[in-house]
Design a protein. Structure first.
Length: 270
């Protein structure tokens, strides 16, 4: 069984810088980690391989430092790792990202199953997985909390719905996005760490894929962020005690100190 897991490198902190020109996250010089939802996807792929045999390939698109999360997946037991890294991929939205990943999957020779985390914690769009399935012309299920291989060509999945869990038979090849309830990821062992250090991580650029250069990166993105701003930090509220009259007087005094102007009688009549 050929399984591909799409993983992403994300900031390990909410304190990130934004490129003022592209309005994208500046990933250089900050601590980065494997997207938490993708860790469950990697674990589920390894469990399916242990039951059905085959090979697990981890695939990521990002800057050169994303090699670290691919080595982490190799240390956990993945068989192959491919990094899509090219300056021409920079600034891609979910549409351009899915297009590039689809080209990479085809370059791999296809697969039986693709697993993705439900969403990336830096963008929270949950769009890349379903969009990738659409680009490849295969069925998909999102928010899968349980997956069991029934045969070489069929997967039984349980997925979240608004008011229930649905049980669905999925014909392979297919794509699923998983939630954290699906499993408990294994820890990286010392043996796995040493194995990953010496393992090969393949790097592919745009020229290695049969790809339309106008559909990748910022130029190939259908959406662009035109403005970003950090959330305003507000001070903690102040509790007011006393009788209703005392509380009202205290609030009024605070407002007046802050420069609030009492409405005139003319304004009240208007």
């Amino acid at each position: 069984m050929e399984i591909v897991v799409c993983v992403k490198q994300v900031p390990a902190s909410t304190r990130v810088r934004l490129n003022p020109v592209t309005n994208t996250i500046v990933r250089e010089g900050i601590d980065l980690m494997l997207n938490p939802f993708d860790a469950y996807a990697v674990e589920e792929a390894l469990r399916l391989r242990e039951k059905a045999g085959g090979r697990v390939t981890v695939l990521s698109m990002g800057i050169p430092s994303a090699e670290g999360i691919l080595r982490q997946a190799l240390g956990l037991g993945a068989d192959r790792a491919v990094l899509l890294s090219d300056k021409r991929f920079a600034g891609a939205d979910t549409l351009a990202t899915a297009y590039t990943l689809a080209a990479a999957v085809r370059n791999l020779g296809g697969c039986d199953l693709i697993l993705c985390g439900r969403q990336a914690v830096d963008g929270d769009t949950a769009q890349v997985g379903p969009s990738l399935a659409q680009k490849l012309g295969i069925p998909h299920l999102s928010a899968v909390s349980r997956a069991r291989l029934l045969s070489a060509g069929e997967l039984l999945c349980e997925k979240w719905a608004d008011e229930a869990h649905l049980e669905i038979r999925l014909q392979l090849p297919a794509l699923i996005t998983v939630v954290k309830e699906i499993n408990t990821p294994r820890f990286l062992s010392l043996k796995g760490y040493l194995r990953a250090r010496g393992a090969e991580v393949e790097t592919w650029g745009a020229d290695d894929l049969n790809i339309d250069p106008t559909r990748i990166g910022l130029d190939g993105s259908a959406t662009q962020v035109v403005f970003t701003a950090a959330a305003e930090r507000r001070k903690a509220g102040k509790a007011v005690s006393g009788t209703p009259e005392e509380a009202a007087a205290s609030i009024l005094g605070t407002l007046l100190q802050k420069g609030w102007q009492r409405p005139t009688s003319e304004a009240n009549r208007g």
